[in-house]
Design a protein around this ligand. Structure first.
Ligand code: PXP
Length: 246
């Protein structure tokens, strides 16, 4: 199992997901915005890593982005991808520091639900072994459910990213219940020796409760930061989120 590197284990790391900058570019097939500039501004703003999702339909990030950004990212690359042979081949060529395995449906607007690790444990274990073999640290993007956490630990993934999408969509008592599920899941994952990340649907207000998840290592946040960047610029938008996490 490849270990997660961290200089200061007590602070929450921020992975900035830049997919939506690529969405703007792909909508008109322009050469702007330049993702290299978005990465540089994110890192100036305090990003601890850059997250990008190479979807099977290539709706935002393109193959060439993955290869070129690997050369210019100064922090670390977290490549989100479906558990397919095609993506496995790309990951083993590019060798991002981290890979996050996610479920993917072509018609979805964004990643809906977590990966069913229980149902695909054998295949995912083989994929983890191949990627661990080239030094990639793997995380499973899962619902905060005990069986999925146990199965993730058994695949050889060192990390789970807990899906906060439901928490983000709910309100009131239901949201509190989902938050409790996330808290319990984080504690349980840590007890199995897994590193705990979380993400999806987080913004500048709802992140406040999530940042207190026990043993939280990293949050991956995209849409709200890119939206805020329209008003204040990428560097400030990232920095504002960093201030909240600190
Ligand atoms: N983490 C994972 C695994 C994701 O798939 C996404 C969305 O691409 C995110 C985090 C970021 O979600 P959002 O854009 O809602 O902040």
């Amino acid at each position: 199992m490849t270990s997660v590197s961290s200089n200061s284990p007590n602070r929450i790391h921020l992975g900035v997901n830049i997919d939506h900058a690529a969405t703007i570019r792909q909508q008109r097939k322009t050469i702007y915005p330049d993702l290299a500039e978005i990465v540089a501004a994110s890192e100036r703003g305090g990003a601890d890593g850059i997250t990008l999702h190479l979807r099977e339909d290539r709706r935002h990030i393109q193959d060439a982005d993955v290869y070129s950004l690997k050369r210019i990212i100064k922090t670390k690359m977290n490549l989100e991808m479906a558990a397919t042979e095609e993506m496995l081949r790309i990951a083993c060529q590019v060798k991002p520091e981290d890979v996050c395995l996610v479920p993917e449906k072509r018609e979805e607007l964004t990643t809906e639900g977590g990966l069913d690790v229980v149902a695909q444990k054998t295949r995912l274990t083989e994929m983890c072994s191949e990627m661990n073999g080239v030094g990639i640290c793997i995380s499973m993007f899962i619902e905060p459910a005990i069986d999925q956490i146990e199965a993730s630990a058994e695949t050889g993934a060192g990390v789970v990213e807990l899906h906060t999408g439901k928490y983000a969509e709910l309100a009131g008592a239901e949201q509190n219940q989902e938050l409790e599920r996330l808290y319990d899941a984080a504690s349980f994952a840590h007890s199995l020796g897994l590193v705990v990340n979380a993400g999806h649907g987080l913004e500048y207000e709802n992140v406040v409760a999530v940042k207190d998840l026990p043993h939280l290592h990293e949050l991956n946040i995209g849409h709200s930061i890119i939206a805020r960047a329209l008003l204040v610029g990428v560097e400030s938008a990232v920095n504002e989120m960093k201030q909240i996490l600190e």
